[in-house]
Design a protein around this ligand. Structure first.
Ligand code: SAH
Ligand code: SF4
Length: 343
């Protein structure tokens, strides 16, 4: 069953065919401007509210909420209408709030070090299921303004291109979020990057690199065998030329694997011509990958090496590790169990 945020205005009009025409706009605003569910739309007559509440139940049902670091990071585990589970993470910063959304239940890309990858793929999320995560986060963030959305939760957004793009258009057109504040993170789905370069909205592109030679990258990111670095970087260049937006590369620092001086040099050679930014993330431990993340001192040292080599690099703080809300830790473990047991 599609959720309320899967409907277009025409679908809503069809649902409200026996009501005065202005109701469509009222309900649309209730959903997008106020982020309300029909039962809370007090400007509608009671019977209509009830009818809409049963016709348009939320697509996300809260299973658990985890809160960390003085409420700075909040993680929600949601059950979808078919029982599949996904997670959303809200991060509060002094001036704004950012939400990290899931684009798929699970992920088929199988990156060795990622908890979502280790759990495998369940299904694609609909555009409405993605938008509803943002609406829920915006409500929870108030009075702070939710300004940024990053597609860095569960799943590979460019392996669910059409629905992700439909969600981005909704976030921009109907939730009023600026394209500059929307970031799509990909492990390197080259046709998806090429397609993104042709879209009208200039969203930010983050590419999860982790290795700057094909031998190492093949062992960390299986998709690299299909789209090796040469092809990936060519697609990045194309995106840069088309959009003129800053490109960023994600690099999860893994002790003894990709944190050596030679790795910094190799990475710098690859990044400098693109003028890209590097985000360093110390690897988060996951059950299926018995290698440690680089120490905090090692991470700073790697950053300093990159800086000395003329590369713009920052260390991303690992928010929410205590509630398993950090990058690569989203696995909806309870969800996997529920599906396995057929509930
Ligand atoms: N599939 C997309 C987006 C979701 S993953 C992608 O891979 O880009 C979001 C980010 O978390 C990616 O940069 C990914 O490489 C990173 N990540 C995955 N597992 C991690 C781990 N164990 N520690 C740190 N970062 C991790
Ligand atoms: Fe999927 Fe991204 Fe995890 Fe790789 S890192 S398995 S692409 S979610």
């Amino acid at each position: 069953m599609p959720g309320p945020y899967d409907l277009g205005r025409a679908d809503l009009a069809a649902l409200l065919h026996d009501e005065p025409a202005y109701r469509v706009e009222q309900v649309w605003r209730g959903l997008y401007e106020q982020g309300r569910r029909p039962a809370e739309m007090t400007n509608l007559p009671g019977p209509l509210r009830e009818r809409l509440e049963s016709a348009l139940p939320p697509a996300l049902r809260l299973v658990t909420e985890s809160v960390s670091e003085g409420r700075k990071t909040v993680k929600w585990l949601w059950a979808l209408s078919d029982g599949a589970q996904v997670e959303t993470v809200l991060m509060h910063y002094p001036e704004r709030a950012t939400v990290c959304v899931s684009s798929q239940a699970g992920c088929a890309m199988g990156c060795t070090f990622c908890a979502t990858g280790q759990a495998g793929f369940t299904r694609q999320l609909s555009a409405g299921e993605i938008v509803e995560q943002v609406v829920a986060a915006r409500r929870a963030a108030a009075p702070s303004r939710l300004s940024n959305v990053v597609f860095m939760g569960m799943g590979e957004p460019l392996a669910n291109y059409d629905r992700v793009w439909a969600a981005i258009v909704r976030l921009h057109d109907d939730l009023g979020l600026s394209a500059r504040h929307l970031t799509v993170s990909t492990v390197g789905v080259v046709p998806g990057i090429r397609r993104l370069a042709t879209e009208a909205l200039p969203v930010n592109l983050a590419v999860s690199l982790h290795a700057a030679n094909d031998r190492l990258r093949n062992s960390l990111v299986p998709l690299n065998r299909r789209y090796p670095l040469g092809l990936l970087l060519e697609a990045c260049r194309q995106y840069l030329t088309a959009k003129g937006r800053r490109l960023s590369f994600e690099w999860a620092l893994i002790a003894g694997v990709n944190d050596r001086p030679a790795d910094a040099e190799e990475l710098a050679d690859l990044v400098r011509p693109l003028g890209a930014h590097v985000n360093l993330i110390p690897l988060n431990p996951t059950p299926g990958y018995p290698v440690r993340g680089t120490s905090a001192g090692g991470v700073r040292h790697f950053r300093d090496q990159l800086t000395a080599l003329g590369v713009n690099a920052t260390v991303r703080r690992n928010r929410g590790t205590d509630i398993d809300a950090a990058c690569g830790q989203l696995a909806a473990r309870a969800g996997a169990l529920a599906i396995a047991s057929g509930r």
